[in-house]
Design a binder for this molecule. Structure first.
Ligand code: PEP
Length: 251
């Protein structure tokens, strides 16, 4: 496997300072392996430990990102509880997730997400943009209509930043449930996303899959030809699980 592949971990609201040793173990594993060429491994952590990880000079093989940023276009201001992209840039943080379904279900709309992409990109932070449909849309075969709308509304004002955006297709019904779509469905879905972005936005998009990825299903999922990597929640919290995924992905 030679082209660039992404394994992106989303720790959500998990992790204390002591848990960063899981990341040290993974960093060491990557250092010792010589067949992981093209792998970009990114851990998206809670802000509390993100700042610590970013200043740990020993962690050379892993990049770090946030799980969200403020939608405010200004760098500073009276926005209690929010973290701006300028603050992330100050930490030399290079990535952030935007539009995760757990944030969308908590109030983020497509206009917020569009602004988050704008402010992140302005401060040279790459965006992992999550899109995905709920179970009802999936059952009524409206998945792509839903995802196309999310992509359009998030990206239409951000055309000049498209090269800085990784798209993560995460069917909401798959997140944390252990249920994954079959490969035929996913291959077709990735084809549609990439074609849509090429036709409408003239961009060759990087698209990854997220939803219940684990060492039990990576052998299946790695055969999705158009998939550029994975966004991994639960199975990224323990080094053993994450390393098992890496080993199988590259075997
Ligand atoms: C996620 O929420 O981004 C995710 C991929 O979670 P999980 O792997 O736990 O389904």
């Amino acid at each position: 496997m030679h082209s660039k592949k992404y394994l992106i971990a989303n720790w959500k609201m998990n992790g204390l300072k002591g848990d960063l040793n899981q990341i040290s173990i993974i960093d060491n594993f990557i250092k010792k392996k010589n067949n992981l060429s093209g792998l970009q491994c990114i851990f998206c952590l809670p802000y509390t430990i993100l700042a610590i990880a970013l200043t740990n000079r020993k962690l050379k093989n892993i990049k770090f990102g946030a799980q969200d940023i403020s939608n405010q276009l200004s760098d500073f201001g009276p926005f209690t509880g929010q973290i701006s992209s300028k603050m992330l840039q100050d930490l030399k943080c290079k990535f952030t997730i935007v539009g995760h379904s757990e944030k969308r279900s908590n109030g983020d709309n497509d206009a917020d997400i569009s602004q988050k992409i704008q402010t992140a990109s302005k401060n040279h932070i790459k965006v992992i943009l999550c899109v995905g449909e709920g179970l009802n849309d999936f059952k009524s075969k409206k998945s792509f209509i839903k995802v196309k709308r999310q992509l359009n509304l998030s990206l239409k004002k951000n055309k000049k930043f498209l090269k800085n955006i990784i798209i993560a297709y995460e069917p909401i019904w798959s997140i944390g449930t252990g249920i994954i779509p079959n490969n035929k469905y996913l291959n077709n879905f990735f084809y549609k996303i990439k074609k849509y972005l090429k036709d409408e936005f003239k961009t060759k998009a990087t698209v990854i899959y997220g939803g219940s990825v684990s060492s039990n299903n990576i052998d299946q999922l790695k055969n999705i030809n158009l998939c550029d990597g994975f966004l991994i929640g639960g199975a990224s919290l323990k080094s053993k699980n994450f390393i098992d995924i890496m080993k199988k992905y590259y075997s």
